[in-house]
Design a protein around this ligand. Sequence first.
Ligand code: A3P
Length: 318
Amino acid sequence: MDYEKLVADYKELFDKMKNPFTSTVDPEVEEMETYNGVEMQAIFRPYFAKYAYENYTPKENDVLLVTYPKCGTHWTAEILAELMYSKEKMEFWKSLMVMSVLESGPTIQKYEMLNQITTPNYLLSHQPAMNVNIEKYMKNKAKIVFVYRNPKDVAVSFFHFQKKVAPPQFRCDDWNEYVKMFMEFLPRSFCRKGETYLDHFLAWYQHRDHEQVLALCFEEMKLDPEKEIRKLSNFLGLDKSDDEINRVVDATSFNAMRQRQEEDSSTQINVVRKSINLVRKGIIGDWKNHFTVAQSEAMDRLVAEKTKGMDFKFIFSA
Ligand code: A3P
């Protein structure tokens, strides 16, 4: 696959990507505020979510990585790239930047460009399950990797993240206020009005037994990365040696990713990552430094109510 030619053929599109976080978008993209009642934020656009649902068709062995924000998206994305991509494709992947997000632009021409990639490719998405054309993924023998994390650490991680990235009218600096919204409805958080992370989680989790779907748990990845990366590699049908798996474990460890975030400013995406501290603490249980006893109990009650009748438990402590 000639990636250099692809970049040359779509020069205008790739040029637009040079400033993905500041460039203006077409008015029709701007105008669409929700898709199926779901509000999004930043580079994630209802317009492109809808377009992708209706028009984008993955090919066999393509992967969609789906997460609610702060569940380990970038960590898993790096693992996928390390497992799936050749050295040449790694270079190409860096030039894709936000085009790797299913529901991001810059224009619908991006989907045409993605169709030219003949090797297995992955995209990532924060969409709730109803906004992804899962049937099309299944029919085309593509795969879905879904990563979830305990809701208390998600809330803490999102709280710190939004303080760095949210525009002033949406930013919340008060933890007590924030955690209340997180348990009721957080605006612009990939959920319909009145829904929360737990609804997003449940709608995806119910697909976990499908043979083309793999559900990974952030905490299990943290506790035994080798086992979970091997599980992912097997799911993708890749035949990796122990040495190769261990190389991926090392390359995607928290320390390695944190070091790259701090020291590597060779791509614009890395500059942005550093400024928003994407690789922040990466631990299980940071919630204990934020939740009051009452807030923790309220979240426990909400989890119990939402997962009633299920044989399921989040991992809240290492
Ligand atoms: P914290 O804010 O709790 O540290 P996302 O990519 O979905 O936005 O998720 C971000 C969370 O994943 C952050 O959590 C971040 O530190 C954590 N993370 C990123 N890379 C990681 C890694 N290699 N190992 C463990 N956690 C990682």
